[in-house]
Write a protein that binds this ligand. Sequence first.
Ligand code: CMP
Length: 139
Amino acid sequence: MATERTLSILKPDTIEKNKAGEALAIIEATGLRPVAARMVHLTRKQAEGFYYVHRERKFFGELVDFMTRGPVLVLVLEGDNAIARYREVMGATDPAKAAEGTIRKRLGANVGENACHGSDAPETAKFEIGYFFPGFEVG
Ligand code: CMP
């Protein structure tokens, strides 16, 4: 299996609830390892740039409002099959549909305020890691 890196964001709702440690404990229990971290309060421009693929979606404004409402914890996670594994650990985008034990089931409120973000493919991971950690090696 290939060692991969993926980008994780613990979103403003998780930080507001003081649950970053709980989310990190779930992540670490799976064997995924943080190899870079940054706490940042995104500007609208940064959030819009990060989520530009969603710019035509009707929830885009709401997503940017939410992601800029407070600081986030941005992490690069490393491990075998990290991208797919972290998506499993996060659970479905809508916390109501997320499996037991996942971060979104434990900490998410709804499809907008869903506790965390993770890259969905190798190309996205490359873009997203570079967005927050310029020059950082992706794979
Ligand atoms: P994330 O994995 O960060 O990627 C895009 C985000 O858009 C997603 O998590 C959700 O937080 C958000 N999102 C997706 N669908 C909706 C929706 N219908 N309404 C509001 N936000 C949404």
